[in-house]
Design a protein around this ligand. Structure first.
Ligand SMILES: CC1=C(CCC(=O)O)c2cc3nc(cc4[nH]c(cc5[nH]c(cc1n2)c(C)c5CCC(=O)O)c(CCC(=O)O)c4C)C(CCC(=O)O)=C3C
Ligand SMILES: [Fe+2]
Length: 349
């Protein structure tokens, strides 16, 4: 457990979405999330109610703290004394606050890890833009590189497979429905260096998770948490509509596997555990929701592997080639995960 003095980076920065801690923070948080996005106010009021239903508190902050603690412990056990900082795009602690602390602590070579496992504007470039904006404020900014997206890495797949296996064991023979966050179809068409990387990665992860859980037969893919204007096309089917379809086909038990989320975000505890569960009850469908990766040891080890790889301390075993290409300053550049509304917005590599 000695300090590894050869580490190429002196800080890890966990970058996440952010969420309110108490009811009087909900509106300001939602204003930050939707600044300039054209999301209708009714949608904001609706989403605000989801947060109030849970005491005005998002689960995401506690999940991030738990992940940081687990990751720090894993890195220490591998001989790295590199501290993990935490900053969010939409709520305290903001990325600005994390960077100020990091700079005050004399950190110069930062490796950024985001809580989004998949490439898309929302999960990739929007965080890179937020970093560029925060770094531009600093007189002497540290160097920030990022690790690639880790959705296809063995660790993430193994954690989700273990969760799916446990859920399926509670409901043998149930139809497995993988779920992720819907995004607008133009965002999907520009996800990753060649477009459509968001759905391609999810399908690949679903296939691997299903096989690794030792399951056979059919599985489906559905989406949750659509927002935006009703007339804009988003990825479909919505999970609730899909449950109606399954009901019509005579299916009466399902496992919902939210592989699009790394932990129990509001989308999981509201859109799936609350809303989709209600749909299942109405249709007489038995439902079990598989756990998210959270702090599963395989997931934490996989992240540590990716961090060590990015620091040059380890080879790429267990890490996906696609993820490697989208990290370590080798993202597809300007064309990758484009910002369709404001194409000129600066972003870190
Ligand atoms: C792909 C994706 C991820 C995964 C990648 C990642 O992790 O970043 C993600 C994560 C999250 N999204 C979250 C919350 C929200 N997302 C919203 C709005 C939107 N999300 C979108 C996409 C995604 N979102 C999109 C295309 C919009 C429309 C806005 C626009 O086009 O600019 C809104 C506004 C209200 C609404 O419209 O729903 C809220 C409140 C939370 C926090 C949950 C918690 O508190 O636990 C998390 C982790
Ligand atoms: Fe990208």
């Amino acid at each position: 457990m000695s300090e590894n003095t050869t580490d190429s980076h002196d800080a890890i920065l966990l970058v996440s979405f952010g969420g309110p801690e108490k009811p009087d923070e909900v509106i300001d948080f939602l204003e930050n999330v939707t600044r300039g996005s054209g999301i209708p106010r009714e949608r904001l009021a609706t989403v605000g109610e989801h947060y109030y239903l849970f005491g005005g508190r998002s689960p995401i902050n506690d999940q991030n703290k738990a992940l940081m603690a687990a990751l720090e412990a894993e890195l220490v056990s591998r001989g790295h004394q590199v501290p993990v900082y935490w900053g969010n795009r939409n709520w305290h602690p903001f990325i600005d606050e994390a960077l100020d602390q990091l700079v005050a602590d004399g950190r110069r070579q930062v490796l950024m890890l985001s809580t989004s496992a998949y490439p898309s504007y929302s999960g990739c470039r929007s965080y890179r833009e937020a970093l560029a904006e925060s770094l531009a404020r600093l007189p002497d900014p540290p160097q920030v590189e990022r690790i690639g997206h880790y959705g296809l890495d063995d660790g993430f797949v193994a954690a989700n497979a273990a969760a799916l296996q446990a859920a399926a064991a509670q409901l043998p023979g149930a139809r497995v429905v993988f779920v992720t966050h819907s995004i607008p179809t133009p965002m999907e068409d520009s996800a990753g260096p060649d477009g459509q990387a968001y759905t391609a990665w999810h399908r690949e992860v679903a296939e691997r998770v299903f096989a690794r859980a030792g399951l056979e037969g059919e599985w489906d893919f559905a989406y949750c948490s659509r927002s935006g204007r009703p007339t804009d096309p988003w990825l479909e089917p919505d999970v609730n509509d899909h449950l109606e379809q399954l009901h019509e086909q005579g299916i009466n038990s399902v496992v919902l596997a939210p592989i699009g989320f790394i932990s129990d975000h509001m989308e999981v505890i509201y859109d799936l555990d609350t809303e989709a569960r209600k749909t299942c009850e109405r249709l007489g469908i038995e439902m079990v929701r598989a756990a998210t990766a959270g702090t599963h040891e395989a997931f934490v080890r996989g992240l540590a592997d990716r961090i060590e790889w990015a620091m040059g301390a380890r080879g790429p075993e267990g890490l996906s080639e696609q993820g490697n290409q989208l990290g370590r300053a080798r993202c597809g550049g300007e064309g990758c995960c484009r910002n369709l509304r404001r194409p000129e917005t600066p972003a870190i590599d």
